[in-house]
Design a protein. Structure first.
Lengths: 379, 278
C-alpha cells in the first residue's frame, strides 16, 4: 500500500456479528426472513447473495436497525442490539443508490456522521482528509454530489461509511450502478479497503460473481432462508442443494434428472440416453443415494469434456459462443440440454455430433425430491 | 434558401412572436403604470394616450396622504402571518403524510385536496361562525385563520410532492450516521425541499395579499382594512378615482414583484440532484 494512502483515521476492531433465530414478517403468512443462525467472525467479509426478493436487503436493514425484526436477536460482539436505535448502533451503510446529502459538499458529507457523534472539528478535518486521500477524492472535497461521476459518488458514499470506523459495515449492492469496467475495478478496491479498515462487513448482492470474487464467506439466500453459508470455493465445489448449485456459477451447472440404483461405494445413474456408474470418488466422496431414488446429476460446464469418438453421453452442438479466451458450447442430448466450456481454439460447428465426457470427481448428485445434495443415505 | 438561412428566419420569427405575446400580456400593467402618472383629465382624455405628457405625482401624493400605509402594514402582517403558519404546519403535515404510515393516511391526503375544491364563498359562513365563536372578529388572527384555511390544502399537496421527491434512503443514511428524526428533518430534508417551501410561501403570500372577500367580511373598522379592501374605496358605483386607483395598484404590485425577484434564484428545481444514483 502506498504510504500516502495509509489510513490515519483509525482502524476498526470489527465485532463478531451474530443473527440468532431472526424472523421478519411483513404480514401474516410466510416470513420474509427466517434465519436460524448466522455467525460472522470479526473482520470477516461476508456476502448475502440471492435472487431479488430473497430477503437479503431486509436482513441487512435489520442489522442496521432500519427495520425491526419480528422475532430473534442480533448480537454485535456478544452484545444484543435489537433494542438499540439505528443511531446508537455502531454500523455504517453504503446504499445501492449512494444516498448522498445533495445540499452538502463532499467534505460535509464525509464528516456528517462524525459531527453527529460529537467528534471535535480538528479531528474531523484530519479524518476527512485521510479518508479522501485513501479513496482518491481529496481533489473534490468542495464539490457537491451532483458535480461528481457515478464512481466518484460511490467513493464518497464509501468514505462516509468508513470514516467512523464502524463495528459493522453494511454494503447494499454498491456496485450495481457502475459500468462493467468500473465495477470490476471497484470489486478489488472494495476488498482492499475492507482489509485496510478491518471492520466486519456484510455485502448484499444478487450478482454471484461479486459474491464469489470478494467474500471470505457467502450466505446464499432463497425465500428468506439461508441455503448455504460457506467459503466461495466450498459453495462452488460442494453446493448444498440444487438451488445453490444452479445459482452459483456462470454458466450454471448442468442438471440431468434420472434414477440411482445401488449403494455402498457407488451407484448406477440412469437417465434417457445415459447410464453412468458413479463411485464415491467420482463425486467427491459424498455419494450416498438410496436404491431406485429419483436423483439429479449435476456437472459444471468446465467439467464436461467433448470427444468426437466416445464418451458418457451422445450430443449435438446447437450453438457455439466465443467469450474471448473460451467458448460456451450449447448441446442437445437425449438427457436434455447441456452447456460445455472449452478453450477458444476448439473447432466446433452447430450440428457437430460428439460425446460428452463427465470429469470424474466433479460429478454432484442431488435428491430430486428434497433438492439436497446426496450427502447421507436417503431415508 | 440554405438550411442555415431558414433556421435564422425561423428563430427571428419566433422571437418576434414571443415579444408580441409578452407585450400583449404586460399591456395592462404598462397601462396601469402609465395611468398612475397621469392627471385626472389626461386619464379620461379622448382619444386615450399611453404615455403621460408630464410626470404627474398627484395620485401618489393623494394615496400616501390617506390611510394607504395603515392598509399596507395590515396586509403585510396578515400575509406574513399566513405564510409563517402555512409553512410551519404545511411542512410538518406534508412530512407526516409522506414518511409515516397510519390508518387513514391516504384518505386524509385526498380529503385535504378535496377541501380545496370548495369555492371560498362557501367557506365564508362556517368561517364567520368559527371566528365569532373564537372572539377574534376584526383582528389579524381572523384574517390569518381565514387565509390559512384556504391556502393550507394546496400548500400541503405542493409540499407533499416535494417531500416525495426526497429519497427515503438519504434520510436513512443520515440516521445510520447518527442523526435523530428531528435532525434528519431539519438538516437533511428541509434544505432539499427549500424550493417547495419558497413556492408555498409565495403562493400563501399572494393568496393573503390579494384577498378581498375574507378581509371585507371579517374586518369591521377602517384601521383593520387591508390593501384590497382599502383600495376598493376609490372606486364605487358613483365615482372612480382612476389615477389614485392606478397608483394604489402599482403600490400593491411592487412588493410582490420585489418578493419574486428576490426569491426567484432560490427556486432551483434540481436542488436534490445527485442525492441518489438513478
Amino acid at each position: 500500500m502506498p504510504a500516502e494512502h495509509a489510513p490515519s483515521f483509525g482502524r476498526s476492531n470489527g465485532s463478531e456479528l451474530r443473527l440468532d433465530r431472526l424472523v421478519k414478517r411483513f404480514s401474516r403468512g410466510e416470513p420474509a426472513v427466517q434465519i436460524d443462525e448466522l455467525r460472522i467472525r470479526a473482520g470477516e467479509f461476508v456476502t448475502l447473495v440471492g435472487p431479488s426478493g430473497c430477503g437479503k436487503t431486509t436482513t441487512m436493514r435489520m442489522i442496521a436497525g432500519l427495520e425491526d425484526p419480528s422475532e430473534g436477536e442480533i448480537y454485535f460482539g456478544g452484545k444484543p442490539v435489537v433494542d438499540l436505535s439505528v443511531q446508537r448502533r455502531n454500523v455504517a451503510m453504503v446504499f445501492q443508490n449512494y444516498a448522498l446529502y445533495p445540499h452538502m459538499r463532499v467534505s460535509e458529507n464525509l464528516e456528517y456522521g462524525l459531527k453527529k457523534r460529537g467528534v471535535p472539528r480538528a479531528e474531523r478535518e484530519v479524518r476527512v482528509l485521510a479518508v479522501a486521500r485513501m479513496l482518491r477524492i481529496d481533489g473534490m472535497l468542495d464539490r457537491r454530489p451532483r458535480q461528481l461521476s457515478g464512481g466518484e459518488q460511490q467513493r464518497v458514499a464509501l468514505g462516509r461509511a468508513i470514516i467512523r470506523t464502524p463495528e459493522v459495515l453494511l454494503l447494499d449492492e454498491p456496485l450495481s450502478n457502475l459500468d462493467a469496467k468500473l465495477r470490476t475495478f471497484m470489486r478489488a478496491e472494495l476488498v482492499k479497503l475492507q482489509r485496510q479498515v478491518g471492520c466486519t462487513t456484510v455485502f448484499v448482492t444478487h450478482d454471484q460473481l461479486e459474491a464469489m470474487t470478494m467474500s471470505d464467506r457467502i450466505a446464499v439466500m432463497r425465500s428468506g432462508r439461508i441455503q448455504q453459508f460457506d467459503t466461495p470455493q466450498d459453495i462452488y465445489n460442494h453446493p448444498a442443494n440444487l438451488f445453490v448449485a444452479g445459482f452459483i456459477g456462470s454458466p450454471p451447472m448442468n442438471f440431468i434428472a434420472g434414477t440411482a440404483e445401488g449403494g455402498g461405494g457407488g451407484c448406477t445413474f440412469r437417465a434417457q440416453g445415459l447410464q453412468l456408474h458413479v463411485s464415491d470418488a467420482d463425486c467427491g466422496g459424498r455419494l450416498r443415494p438410496g436404491d431406485g431414488r429419483q436423483v439429479t446429476l449435476g456437472i459444471r460446464p468446465e467439467h464436461v469434456g467433448l470427444d468426437g469418438g466416445s464418451g458418457d453421453l451422445a450430443a449435438v452442438v446447437s450453438v457455439v459462443e466465443l467469450i474471448g479466451a473460451e467458448k460456451y458450447v450449447f448441446l442437445e442430448s437425449e438427457a436434455g440440454e447441456l452447456i460445455a466450456r472449452t478453450n477458444a481454439d476448439a473447432r466446433l460447428q452447430p450440428g457437430d455430433r460428439l460425446f460428452c465426457r463427465f470429469q470424474r470427481g466433479k460429478i454432484r448428485m442431488f435428491d430430486s425430491t428434497t433438492e439436497r445434495a446426496c450427502v447421507e443415505p436417503l431415508a | 434558401m440554405s438550411r442555415m438561412r431558414r433556421r435564422l428566419i425561423r428563430t427571428w420569427a419566433l422571437t418576434v412572436a414571443a415579444w408580441l405575446f409578452v407585450l400583449a400580456v404586460s399591456f395592462p400593467l404598462i397601462w396601469m403604470l402609465a395611468s398612475s402618472f397621469k392627471s385626472p383629465t389626461e386619464i379620461t382624455a379622448v382619444p386615450p394616450r399611453l404615455l403621460p405628457d408630464a410626470l404627474y405625482l398627484g395620485n401618489y401624493e393623494a394615496l400616501f396622504a390617506g390611510d394607504f400605509w395603515r392598509w399596507f402594514m395590515n396586509s403585510i402582517i396578515v400575509a406574513s402571518g399566513t405564510v409563517v403558519i402555512v409553512i410551519v404546519l404545511g411542512t410538518l403535515g406534508a412530512y407526516s403524510l409522506t414518511r409515516f404510515s397510519y390508518p387513514g393516511q391516504k384518505a386524509t391526503s385526498t380529503a385535504i385536496l378535496f377541501t380545496y375544491l370548495f369555492p371560498s364563498v362557501l367557506m365564508l359562513v362556517p368561517l364567520f361562525l368559527i371566528i365569532v365563536e373564537l372572539r377574534i372578529m376584526n383582528t389579524y388572527w381572523a384574517l390569518i385563520l381565514a387565509d390559512m384555511t384556504f391556502a393550507m390544502p394546496f400548500s400541503l399537496w405542493l409540499l407533499r410532492s416535494y417531500f416525495l421527491s426526497v429519497p427515503l434512503q438519504v434520510e436513512e443514511a443520515a440516521m445510520v450516521d447518527g442523526a435523530s428524526r428531528f435532525a434528519c428533518f431539519f438538516q437533511i430534508v428541509l434544505p432539499q425541499v427549500m424550493p417547495g417551501i419558497i413556492s408555498t410561501g409565495i403562493f400563501a403570500f399572494i393568496l393573503a395579499w390579494d384577498d378581498y372577500l375574507f378581509a371585507s367580511v371579517f374586518t369591521t373598522t377602517a384601521e383593520m382594512k387591508t390593501l384590497p379592501v382599502g383600495i376598493a374605496r376609490y372606486a364605487n358605483e358613483l365615482n372612480a378615482e382612476w389615477g389614485i386607483l392606478m397608483a394604489a395598484s402599482v403600490s400593491v404590485t411592487v412588493p410582490v414583484l420585489v418578493l419574486f425577484a428576490f426569491l426567484q434564484r432560490r427556486l432551483l428545481p434540481d436542488l436534490n440532484a445527485g442525492a441518489v444514483k438513478a
